[in-house]
Design a protein around this ligand. Structure first.
Ligand SMILES: Nc1ncnc2c1ncn2[C@@H]1O[C@H](COP(=O)(O)OP(=O)(O)OP(=O)(O)O)[C@@H](O)[C@H]1O
Ligand SMILES: Nc1nc2c(c(=O)[nH]1)N=C(CO)CN2
Length: 164
């Protein structure tokens, strides 16, 4: 059994539909779906606002590589074209954690190295797991306390349907 935390982001086209497509693609493994947040872009600031959300999924047999393949399949299905680093995209699916796995491999770094600095991941993750711990970095709550959360706005009018 493995448990993965996956972060979703979209800032092109029908953003909510792209996030929903990831939820639909994980339906059998889905354990929790966060609220949706509208967030100011970090990294490359001259691009449209993102919608972000976080999912928790479990699988009987998947190892961390299988979760990366799944994430990339979901991006591909959403027509994701890799262009600019940190640039606009229809769907970004990052593997935040898989259990307590820690890896320095650039193809799959775990936990995802951006996580401690990203309120856009920590806030929705804490919504669905208030006791979340980032392996090697401590409690998500403590990491979030050090960050600026001004650009992160919960959109209660937009919801992802994770029901069976
Ligand atoms: N934990 C991880 N989750 C997803 N991809 C990862 C992870 N660790 C390493 N990668 C690698 O990162 C590469 C680039 O990913 P991507 O294009 O999504 O980066 P980005 O979204 O622009 O930036 P960031 O990864 O900082 O969010 C992928 O090809 C993948 O192999
Ligand atoms: N707010 C926000 N900004 C971003 C995001 C994202 O998901 N949310 N993803 C990026 C590329 O990984 C670059 N910038």
């Amino acid at each position: 059994m493995s448990r993965a935390v996956l972060s979703l982001g979209s800032n092109l086209g029908d953003r909510l539909a792209y996030l929903q497509s990831a939820v639909d693609g994980l339906r059998d493994q889905l354990k929790a779906v966060s609220p949706v947040y509208e967030t100011a872009p970090w990294g490359v600031e001259d691009q449209p606002d993102f919608l972000n959300a976080v999912l928790i999924a479990e699988d009987e047999t998947a190892d961390h590589w299988a979760w990366l393949r799944k994430a990339q399949q979901l991006e591909h299905a959403a027509g994701r074209v890799r262009e600019q680093r940190w640039g606009p995209r229809t769907l970004d699916v990052d593997v935040v954690t898989v259990d307590d796995v820690r890896s320095d491999d650039p193809v799959l770094t775990l936990p995802h190295p951006g996580t401690p600095d990203r309120a856009t991941v920590l806030i929705p993750w804490l919504d669905i797991d208030p006791n979340a711990v980032l392996p090697g970095h401590g409690r998500a709550q403590d990491l979030l306390a050090k960050l600026d959360t001004a650009g992160v706005h919960r959109r209660d009018d937009l919801t992802l349907d994770g029901a069976g």
